[in-house]
Design a protein around this ligand. Sequence first.
Ligand code: F6R
Length: 253
Amino acid sequence: MFRVFPDPSSIAEYVSAILIAKIQSKPDTVLGLATGGTMEPIYARFVAQARQSKLDVSRLTSFNLDEYIGLSPDHPKSYAAYMREHLFQHLAFDAARLHLPDGLAPDLPAHCKAYATRLRASGGVDLQLLGVGGNGHIGFNEPGTAFDCPCHVVELAEQTRIDNSRFFAEGSIVPASAITMGMAEIMEAREILLVATGESKAKIVARWYQQGVTEAIPFTVLKRHPRAMVILDEAAASLLPDDARQPRMLVSG
Ligand code: F6R
């Protein structure tokens, strides 16, 4: 269910190798993609490894988890811009196969429905990458979101806006709302890798470990998924009880 690695770079190595193997065995893989600080070293490692192994990504399809409402894809802080910067511009993807919610959609509920429909029509996500918020959110499914909630518009939690203000210039305002893939679409992915790194995730990871499955901590829902793995670095795992940390023996060295 979970593994502990020494640091973010060994996680990047591990997750990147999984992605490469997946795409090699199924070139038309559908990936569910996340943004955020956690994913940056993972995408950097993936790009390097993909180049080295001359990986063909042209048939790959992707669906991003979320996008801020009110930001155009050209806005430097949009998740569309993040994806271009960290992943899409570096490899020969087919742009028509790369999907993100549209933060400027005039009819947001209709757009959410259409996004979920397009995702299902693609055959569904083979491998979903997730980060986790300091409050346990996945995508932007904030605490209290129903587990069967589909793609929707969300008012961001105060903590999420504070956490994400580090990505915005001082004085500029973090958008108050976003479109997010729902818990329902996330749980339909055939395989899920959730990555949590750094001390700032240690408290929520410890709560995730101690609690049952609860909507108050959205990522506890992964305990119900048959093929979900939570990947931690030592800092994120630092508040887990000692006996819980045994699985790291599986990956030491
Ligand atoms: C981003 C996303 C969020 C982040 C989470 C962690 O697309 O869906 O759930 O994964 O907020 O963000 P970082 O990695 O910046 O700590």
